[in-house]
Design a protein around this ligand. Structure first.
Ligand SMILES: [Fe+2]
Ligand SMILES: [Fe+2]
Length: 183
């Protein structure tokens, strides 16, 4: 049986790692913004490119419309909540980027937006893993689930393969750097 949400859940695990990285950077950013600016930009870049464009992109363009076709509203109910949270997340990403552009002056607002984003996304991922994805696997016919798996593979494995790999490399590099500087 093909389970399209498995791939999305795997991506959730990478996103959760990025949220830990984000919080670790936010913890130290205020002490020396210029020393941590590069890492802060890199993790926000991962969040924008991987978590939002590639991951939320697949949910919004492929999974949610497939659920709409079998009767789940995009405006009300669980999908509506997920879409609202994606938008709230985007606003916080813009807030983090705006704070980074202000360097020293944005130190407090960067940390505040970073902690809010991590809290929002962890709760969002819990809801998808625990409620929305099991609902999707039950609601979608086998044929649709198989087609989604193919479309996900085309999206990540063909169209966006280089970006996909580059984002995951960036995440691993950030984790190594943080671990090395904590040791
Ligand atoms: Fe989502
Ligand atoms: Fe998700």
């Amino acid at each position: 049986m093909m389970r399209p949400t498995e791939r999305l859940m795997e991506e959730h695990r990478a996103i959760l790692r990025a949220l830990d990285v984000l919080e670790r950077i936010a913890d130290r950013y205020g002490d020396a913004p210029s020393a941590h600016a590069e890492d802060a930009r890199a993790v926000v870049g991962f969040i924008r490119g991987f978590a939002d464009e590639l991951h939320h992109g697949k949910e919004e363009a492929m999974l949610f419309p497939a659920m709409e076709e079998v009767g789940h509203s995009l405006r009300a109910g669980p999908i509506g909540v997920m879409l609202t949270e994606h938008d709230e997340g985007r606003a916080l990403v813009r807030a983090m980027e705006g704070a980074l552009d202000q360097a020293e002056g944005g130190a407090d607002s960067f940390a505040a937006a970073a902690y809010s984003f991590a809290e929002l996304l962890r709760a969002h991922i819990d809801k998808e893993d625990g409620i929305l994805f099991p609902l999707a696997e039950r609601a979608l016919p086998e044929k649709v689930r198989a087609a989604l798996c193919v479309r996900f593979e085309e999206h990540d494995g063909a169209r966006h393969a280089a970006a996909y790999r580059a984002h995951l490399d960036t995440l691993a590099r950030l984790e190594e750097r943080l671990d090395a500087s904590a040791a």
